[in-house]
Write a protein that binds this ligand. Structure first.
Ligand SMILES: *Cc1c(COP(=O)(O)O)cnc(C)c1O
Length: 360
C-alpha cells in the first residue's frame, strides 16, 4: 500500500487512523455481523453510532444545550436554500457578506426566496482581503447575516467572529469547521459540508439555536425543515448513515489530538511554516493580504507561470497530489485541513525548495 499526500480541497484527505478503523470494521461492525452501510438506521447499533457522534461533536465544540445539532444531506449547497427557507418566514430579507466564491453562491441561491442584500463584498479587490466589519451595511431588520469564515477557493479566512449586534450570525464553516475552538453561542447557525474537514461527502452538519427554528416558510421541503429534523434526531428520512459514522470516528480522532485546542496549534504551525516559506521565496507568492490568509487553503503562484505544469507533474511524481489551483484563481493551491499531517506540509516545502533551485 502506498498513500500519497493529498492536498485536495474536497473531498479531502482523512486521518489514516480513521480509514484503518473503517477498514477493520467494514465486514463486521463490533460483532453485529454487518457493515454500518447495511444497518437499519432505526436499529440499536446505528442509533448508538449516531448518538455517540452527536455527543462527541457537542463536546468538541462545547455546543450549548439551546442549540440543535443536525446531520443532514444535500451538502452546504442544500443549506444555501435551507437557511432562508427556515429563518425567513417573518422577515423575507437577510444580509450577505461576500468574501469569495462560496459566499457569492450562497447569496445568489438565497435571492430565489428572499431579498438578500449585500452588506459587504470584496469582489472588486479580487477577494484577496476582508472587509472591515465597521464598514458593513447592516440592516437591523434582517432575519440573519450570512458570511463565510473561510473561503476555500480564494484562501481568505476571518480570524475573529464579527460582531453584528442582535442579528443572528450564520456561518458557512464548510472548510474550517473543527479546525480551532469556536464560541458557538455567538452564532445563530453554523453549517458545514463534511468532505473538507470532517469525513466523506454526503453528510452536512447544521448547528442552530433552537429559538430560530420551528417557523419555516410554508414551502420548505420537509427534509430541509430544521425543526422537523431536530425532533426526529436527523432521522426524518434515512440519514447519510455511513458518512455520519465516519464523521463520528473523526470526532474521536480529534479528541485524541487534544481536541480543537490541540488541533488549532497544529494547524497554525502547518500554515505558518508554509506561508513563511512562500513569503521568504522570490519564486513563489501568495496574493492574499497577510492578516486575511486562510490556515486551511493556501493558494500560491509561481513567478514563472509557464512552469505550472512541470510543478504539478513533478509534485505528483513525488507523492504530492491535487495541488492545481482552482481555475478561477490559477496557479496552485495546497489544502491543509486537520487530517493533513505536518510531515506532508514539510515534504511539500522541501519539494518547493528543490523545484525553485532547479527552475527559479
Ligand atoms: C465546498 C464548499 C461548499 C460546497 O459544499 P457542497 O457540500 O458541495 O455543497 C460550500 N461552501 C464552502 C465554504 C465550501 O468550501
Amino acid at each position: 500500500m502506498s498513500r500519497v499526500y493529498n492536498f485536495s480541497a474536497g473531498p479531502a484527505t482523512l486521518p489514516e487512523e480513521v480509514l484503518a478503523q473503517v477498514r477493520d470494521e467494514m465486514m463486521d461492525w463490533q460483532g453485529s455481523g454487518m457493515s454500518v452501510m447495511e444497518m437499519s438506521h432505526r436499529g440499536d447499533a446505528f442509533v448508538s453510532i449516531a448518538d455517540a457522534a452527536t455527543r462527541d461533536l457537542r463536546e468538541l465544540l462545547n455546543v450549548p444545550d439551546d442549540y440543535a445539532v443536525l446531520f443532514l444531506q444535500g451538502g452546504a449547497t442544500g443549506q444555501f436554500a435551507g437557511i432562508p427557507l427556515n429563518l425567513c418566514a417573518d422577515k423575507a430579507q437577510a444580509d450577505y457578506v461576500i468574501t469569495g466564491s462560496w459566499g457569492k453562491k450562497a447569496h445568489k441561491e438565497a435571492a430565489k426566496y428572499i431579498k438578500s442584500s449585500v452588506a459587504a463584498s470584496t469582489a472588486e479587490q479580487g477577494f484577496q482581503t476582508l472587509p472591515a466589519v465597521a464598514d458593513w451595511q447592516l440592516d437591523g431588520d434582517a432575519a440573519y447575516l450570512h458570511y463565510t469564515p473561510n473561503e476555500t477557493i480564494e484562501g481568505v479566512e476571518f480570524s475573529d467572529i464579527p460582531d453584528v449586534g442582535d442579528v443572528p450570525l450564520v456561518a458557512d464553516m464548510s472548510s474550517n469547521f473543527l479546525s480551532r475552538p469556536v464560541d458557538v453561542s455567538r452564532y445563530g447557525l453554523i453549517y458545514a459540508g463534511a468532505q473538507k474537514n470532517v469525513g466523506p461527502a454526503g453528510v452536512t452538519i447544521v448547528i442552530v439555536r433552537k429559538d430560530l427554528i420551528g417557523n419555516p416558510r410554508a414551502d420548505t421541503p420537509m427534509f430541509l425543515d430544521y425543526q422537523q429534523q431536530a425532533e426526529a434526531d436527523s432521522m426524518l428520512n434515512t440519514p447519510p448513515c455511513f458518512a455520519w459514522y465516519v464523521a463520528g470516528l473523526t470526532f474521536q480522532w480529534l479528541k485524541r489530538q487534544g481536541g480543537l485546542e490541540g488541533m488549532a496549534e497544529i494547524n497554525a504551525r502547518k500554515a505558518g511554516k508554509l506561508y513563511d516559506f512562500i513569503d521568504a521565496s522570490g519564486f513563489y507568492s501568495n496574493p492574499v493580504e497577510p492578516g486575511c490568509r486562510s490556515r486551511m487553503n493556501v493558494p500560491f503562484l509561481l513567478a514563472d507561470d509557464e512552469a505550472n505544469k512541470a510543478f504539478l507533474t513533478e509534485a505528483e511524481a513525488a507523492g504530492l497530489t491535487t495541488l492545481k489551483g482552482h481555475r478561477s484563481v490559477g496557479g496552485m493551491r495546497a489544502s491543509i485541513y486537520n487530517a493533513m499531517p505536518e510531515a506532508g506540509v514539510d515534504k511539500l516545502i522541501d519539494f518547493m525548495k528543490d523545484f525553485e533551485q532547479r527552475k527559479g
